[in-house]
Design a protein around this ligand. Structure first.
Ligand SMILES: [Zn+2]
Length: 163
C-alpha cells in the first residue's frame, strides 16, 4: 500500500515537471541554436558580405561567389560556425550562378523556414547550428532528390578532402 502511494506521488511529480518543461520549450516561432551570438559579436567575426547574407538574409549577386565554379572534392561548411553542410558529391551545375546541391550531408544540419519576402513564397534554408542564412531550396533539382539547394558562396567555406 505504501509502495502504491509512492508511485502515485511520483507520477504526479512527473506530470508537473513535464508541464513546466513543455511551457519552456515552446517559444513562439523562435528557434534557439547551439551557437548563439549577438549582432555585435557576429559583426566582429564575419566580413561585411558574410554578415549581410548570414545574419540579414541577403543574397550575393549571381556568378560572383568564389565557390560557384568549384569542382574540387571536399566538404562545404557553414562559414559562420564550421558546421559541415554539403558534400562536393551532391554539387551540380544549375546555371543559376550560385553553388547548388541536391541534398545536405545530413538533414538535421540544415533547417528550413517559409520565406514570404519579395512577394514570393520560398523555403529558406539555414545552418541548424548557428541559424545563419544559407539560401533557399527549390523543387526543381536533379535526381535522386529532385531538390535544388541554392546557396550563397559567402555562407560556405570549402574544405578540400585530403587523400
Ligand atoms: Zn552555422
Amino acid at each position: 500500500m505504501i509502495k502504491f502511494k509512492n508511485l502515485k506521488y511520483l507520477l504526479i511529480m512527473i506530470l508537473i515537471v513535464n508541464q513546466c518543461t513543455k511551457k519552456d520549450a515552446d517559444p513562439i516561432n523562435q528557434k534557439t541554436f547551439e551557437v548563439n551570438k549577438s549582432e555585435m559579436e557576429w559583426k566582429k567575426i564575419l566580413s561585411p558580405e558574410e554578415f549581410d547574407v548570414l545574419r540579414n538574409h541577403g543574397t550575393e549577386r549571381p556568378f560572383t561567389g568564389s565557390l560557384n565554379n568549384n569542382k574540387e572534392k571536399g566538404v562545404y561548411t557553414c562559414s559562420a560556425c564550421g558546421n559541415p553542410l554539403f558534400s562536393s558529391d551532391t554539387k551540380f551545375e544549375s546555371g543559376t550562378g550560385w553553388p547548388s546541391f541536391y541534398k545536405p550531408v545530413d538533414e538535421n544540419k540544415v533547417g528550413e523556414t517559409i520565406d514570404k519576402s519579395w512577394g514570393m513564397t520560398r523555403v529558406e534554408v539555414h545552418c541548424n547550428r548557428c541559424g545563419g542564412h544559407l539560401g533557399h531550396v527549390f523543387e526543381d533539382g536533379p535526381k535522386p532528390t529532385g531538390l535544388r539547394y541554392c546557396i550563397n558562396s559567402v555562407s560556405l567555406k570549402f574544405k578540400k578532402s585530403v587523400k
